[in-house]
Design a protein around this ligand. Structure first.
Ligand code: GLN
Length: 451
């Protein structure tokens, strides 16, 4: 009731929730109380969570914040949310996001911008919460849930976490099932939690992660008890600092934050090693070929027949065109056009195939660093603090927000963003930790030192 009250009071300003499931939350909470009274119960018994609108929730609003999924209520539950409910968690509602998870500012949602609960010192100017999981990050930051599900295809968990002073982890590709998560770019998409603390993220990820035969890319490895990794000394761990993340034009305060993180880890006994990831500069251009290519294919299913919106036409082709023109926003249409272009017969080798080769080289850079004995890599999470809505209008300038995060998705590695300080203007800034495949534990362990 406290969280439902807080949502009612704050959501009109923050716009983090696109659907509030109050009755369902009360029923779930009662069932949870009953289990506890019987001396039963799971790890998340009674904990109220928000769910990104990308996760299929049975009988509940699931629209990827797109007009084209108008009225869509799935007949099935995503594996990740089913895992949370099986552990006793309570759903408060569905969270706002960039349309189909395409964006870095939450300005592309059909349901309007999410407003970051933070303001610059002495200013009333609204700011973006980052994206695409901006609703998840803002809801956690404003205490409108205890934790939230999110997804990360190129940074959508880590960037909004950094801009709202919350913690977010994108686990290794294959750790969480993608079954029932609306597809954006299937070879990059991963689910993960956003929460207030490293410990909360560890607890939530333990529940979200599972081996799932319904997702052929789900990896058959036991899910460790992430909480058990916390509080362990980082003495002797080798932390890599990649030279290539010192990008041109990076604000001095981001560099200072990075140095502060290095100093904290050194003080805690970690060994700092300089490393090189030479193909880093190709990650962003390669990502913006691979992600739109997969998106253009995945989004072909929205044809006005199977789901949501239908805008009638003179014949079936006319109906397809009318539906897709009205149903997809500008950014989604841009991605479909880019993706269709790079996959077309004449350009496939020059763009798509080339980008896939670059992807292999990016992955190899990380492999070499880890083979040389690096346990985790520390970088800034974002190139700057939160900005104002409407401030970045050029799509390519918007894509630059992902400069530190996309490499991790291209390589399939786990990445975590942890709040590390405030900008001169009083806004939260985050540092990113990148780990070996399926070694989320080390990220939690190191993040606690910075937190
Ligand atoms: N900002 C990136 C994009 O728009 C990443 C989005 C994401 O991780 N879902 O593609």
């Amino acid at each position: 009731e406290a969280f439902l009250g807080a949502i009612e009071a704050a959501n009109p300003k923050i716009n983090a929730y696109v659907a509030v499931t109050g009755d369902q939350a009360r029923d779930m909470a009662k069932a949870s109380d009953a289990r506890l009274a019987r001396g039963e119960g799971g790890a998340l018994e009674g904990l109220p969570l928000g769910i990104k609108d990308l996760f299929a929730t049975k009988g509940v609003h699931t629209q990827a914040c797109s007009h084209i999924l108008d009225g869509f209520k799935p007949e099935y539950e995503s594996t990740v949310t089913a895992n949370l409910w099986a552990d006793g968690a309570v759903m408060l509602g569905k969270l706002n996001m960039d349309e189909f998870a395409m964006g870095s500012s939450n300005e592309t949602s059909y349901y309007g911008n999410v407003v970051n609960p933070w303001r610059k010192a002495g200013s009333d100017q609204a700011l973006v919460p980052g994206g695409s999981s901006g609703g998840s990050a803002a809801a956690v930051a404003a205490s409108l849930c205890l934790g939230a599900t999110a997804t990360d295809t190129g940074g959508s968990i880590r960037q909004p976490a950094a801009l709202t002073g919350t913690v977010g982890i994108k686990p290794t590709y294959g750790r969480c099932s993608r079954w029932g998560v609306v597809a954006f770019a299937s070879s990059l998409d991963q689910a993960g939690p956003i929460a207030k603390t490293v410990r909360d993220c560890a607890i939530l990820l333990k529940s979200m992660a599972s081996v799932d035969p319904k997702d052929t890319t789900s990896v058959d490895l036991p899910v460790p008890d992430y909480e058990a990794a916390l509080g362990k000394s980082v003495k002797g761990l080798r932390i890599g600092i990649p030279a290539e993340y010192r990008v041109e034009g990076m604000p001095a305060e981001i560099e200072a934050l990075w140095q502060q993180g290095i100093a904290w880890l050194k003080d805690a006994g970690a060994e700092i090693v300089n490393i090189s990831l030479p193909h880093t500069k190709y990650a962003l251009p390669a990502y913006y070929i691979v992600a739109p290519a997969e998106a253009s294919s995945n989004l072909a299913r929205y044809d006005g027949v199977r789901y949501g919106l239908r805008v009638p036409g003179n014949d079936i082709i006319d109906m397809y065109e009318n539906t897709r023109a009205a149903g997809f926003g500008a950014e989604v249409q841009r991605r479909i056009l880019i993706g269709t272009y790079v996959l077309s017969a004449g350009y496939y080798d020059a763009y798509y195939l080339k980008a896939q080769k670059v992807r292999t080289l990016i992955k190899r850079d990380f492999d070499l660093a880890f083979e040389a004995g690096v346990d985790a890599i520390l970088t800034p999470a974002t190139p700057d603090a939160a900005f104002a809505p409407g401030e970045i209008t050029d799509p390519v300038a918007m894509y630059l927000n992902d400069i530190f995060t996309v490499t991790v998705n291209m390589a399939g590695l786990p990445g975590l963003s942890v709040p590390a300080g405030l900008s001169a203007s009083g806004l939260p800034l985050g540092l990113q930790l990148i780990g070996r495949p399926f070694d989320e534990e080390t990220l939690f362990q190191v993040a606690e030192v910075i937190e």
